[in-house]
Design a protein around this ligand. Structure first.
Ligand SMILES: [Zn+2]
Length: 91
């Protein structure tokens, strides 16, 4: 599998580290114990298209949001991950 980094171009999978589902968002301070439990321990096991966080440690060291089909490994989009500082660099 190859990933096209928005900063470095198309690169081999070995340069990247998979961080998992990009959808879960950290609960606000004061969130209920159930919301924190869900965020820390529960993940969907998606068979199909999902957004994932990847880290390009072998290249620009940016966090990326990769839209990938988990059944076919087809990648339909790669963009800088929000909050990683990379979005400002991309402009
Ligand atoms: Zn890169």
């Amino acid at each position: 599998m190859r990933i096209t980094c928005p900063f470095c171009g198309e690169r081999d999978l070995g340069e990247f580290t998979y961080l998992g589902d990009a959808k879960p968002m950290r609960p606000e301070a004061g969130a209920s114990e159930d919301d924190v439990f869900d965020y820390v321990y529960l993940r969907d096991n998606v068979a199909g298209v999902m957004d994932e966080n990847w880290y390009h440690g072998g290249g620009c060291r940016a966090w990326l949001k990769v839209t990938r089909n988990t059944l076919t490994h087809e990648i339909s989009a790669v963009e800088p991950a929000a909050g990683a500082g990379a979005r400002q660099v991309a402009k």
